[in-house]
Design a protein around this ligand. Structure first.
Ligand code: 5GP
Length: 113
């Protein structure tokens, strides 16, 4: 896949406010937050989007969700939060490196825009 800005964040070539990191995943604050807490959780391995995953990614996808829960607890989001995975053009995806948005500390509305 073509490199994105997130590859540079993973390699620490550009700064980001990192809140969690291990060998598999990275979590950092969104530069343009849509809620008081807005964190992106990404795999270090470049995957374009949910539309591109294969059965080989099953464990990693589960681990991404576990990481969301870990970071949400770390951020004190006891009242709840929203997880968003924009996928493809119509899904509103702008950065083509899979990422989960963790949004919290405000009341979410439904349906989303
Ligand atoms: P998407 O629209 O693809 O679902 O979400 C991409 C997100 O990445 C957006 O919320 C945008 O604000 C965030 N973003 C884009 N470039 C950067 C960056 O350089 N640093 C950080 N921290 N977030 C970014």
């Amino acid at each position: 896949m073509t490199e994105t800005i997130f590859s540079k964040i993973i390699r620490k070539e550009i700064p980001a406010d990192i809140v969690y990191e291990d060998d598999l995943v990275l979590a950092f604050r969104d530069v343009n937050p849509q809620a008081p807490v807005h964190i992106l959780i990404i795999p270090k391995r470049p995957i374009v989007s949910i539309a591109e995953v294969t059965p080989a990614d099953t464990e990693l996808l589960g681990y991404l969700l576990l990481t969301v829960a870990r970071v949400a607890a770390q951020e004190g989001l006891e009242e709840g939060y929203r997880i968003v995975i924009n996928t493809g053009k119509d899904g509103g995806q702008t950065v083509f490196h899979l990422h989960l948005h963790l949004l919290g500390q405000r009341m979410m509305t439904w349906p989303p825009g």
